[in-house]
Design a protein around this ligand. Structure first.
Ligand code: GLA
Length: 360
């Protein structure tokens, strides 16, 4: 791949302008004795879990997601020239997008370490993007913009234009804006983000890999569903499915009618889940996870045999609810366990954690 992105649609506002700011104190403090060598930086980008609200982000809908304690650490050490190391497409894309947004980057060598399983639907790529972005900005002695949604759009451009996955903004917003003990209600029409306390007490949220690696690339099931939603919006004369109604959706040809029904009902489930969390009704959250899964399986048709087996095992082990998470067609299953019930071996406990940050 050359220095130009392969193209593809922009997400969010096409301006993408990020006013880079000099980190006064930081640049001054370190610039004095390091001269043109620049400074080093390390950043952590968490993976994300989506409690509910799946395949809604690219339809202008709602999600309730959180950042994980597991993630990717990127270390940037000053070098005399070039930006080297790390996964090439991500690094080239991130450097190009940051420069296009006005950041003057410094030469560094990158090292990447991860505590996230890849292809498991926990957004290892968004975690890499957010850590990379903060590390490159930090190593240049610059400050990221205060509004992290700007950075989310930039990271998403790397994913869309360079990596070639037409994903929405869910993963990048959750990874960048996560807060300990909270989930984020993200409204993808307005990009309003509201913190919702996620108090689990003795309940546990876990992710269990289905054993099937998923893909979000061009031609994947994810990509086909996204195209179907675009077609449905076009037939309905809408700019996004957020404005569709159950009545108009019912007139669409199959399977578009089913896809739209999923999106509309999933948006409603996000609001119902927030109300349940507000009254600490975790059993109801479990029922909503089950309903979301049935919809993803039957209306959105994004499940696989391996995912179904994993859901069944988790319910048999006593989960109050379980559903496929992320782009579908493989990846991990999210399950909510009441006190006393034991998730099976291999379950990764998920705790709502702080968003991407500089380590030094
Ligand atoms: C993947 C994508 C997200 C979102 C989910 C489905 O995680 O990266 O943008 O579309 O799938 O909700």
């Amino acid at each position: 791949m050359g220095e130009r992105p392969p193209g593809g649609p922009l997400l969010g506002r096409p301006d993408g302008a990020l006013p880079p700011q000099r980190a006064g104190a930081r640049a001054h403090r370190l610039g004095d004795h390091l001269g043109t060598q620049g400074i080093g930086a390390a950043a952590f980008g968490p993976g994300r879990a989506n409690l509910i609200g799946e395949h809604t982000d690219y339809n202008g809908g709602l999600s309730l997601a959180f950042a994980l304690q597991q993630g990717v650490t990127v270390t940037a050490e000053p070098r005399s020239e070039g930006i080297t190391g790390g996964p090439a497409v991500f690094v080239r894309g991130m450097a190009a997008e940051l420069r296009a947004a006005g950041f003057e980057l410094q030469p560094v060598e990158l090292t990447v370490e991860s505590t996230l399983p890849e292809g498991a639907g926990l957004s290892s790529s968004a975690a890499l993007e957010t850590a990379l972005c903060l590390a490159l900005i930090g190593a240049a002695g610059l400050e990221p913009p205060d509004d992290r949604r700007e950075l989310a759009r930039l990271c998403s451009r790397v994913e869309n234009r360079w990596v070639g996955a037409r994903t929405g903004l869910l993963d990048q917003i959750a990874s960048l804006m996560g807060e300990e003990g909270h989930a984020l209600r993200i409204d993808f029409r307005t990009l309003e983000v509201v913190r919702i306390p996620l108090v689990l007490g003795d309940w546990r949220l876990v992710a269990v890999p289905s054993g099937e690696s998923h893909s979000l690339a061009a031609g994947s099931g994810y990509d086909r569903r996204r195209a179907e939603c675009e077609r449905a919006a076009e037939l309905l004369g809408l700019s996004s499915l957020r404005d569709a109604t159950p009545e108009t959706a019912a007139d669409l040809p199959a399977p578009l009618d089913r896809r739209v029904r999923h999106v509309l009902e999933e948006n409603d489930r996000v609001e119902t889940a927030i109300a349940a969390l507000e009254r600490s009704d975790l059993a109801e959250v479990g029922r909503l996870l089950d309903a979301s899964h049935r919809s993803l399986r039957d209306l959105y048709e994004a499940s696989t045999d391996a995912v179904e087996r994993t859901v069944e095992l988790l319910i048999a082990a006593g989960a109050a609810g379980a559903r496929m998470m992320g782009g579908g067609f493989g990846g991990s299953v999210l399950a909510l366990f009441p006190p006393g019930a034991e998730p099976h071996v291999g379950a990764l406990e998920l705790r709502p954690s702080r968003g991407a940050h500089l380590l030094h």
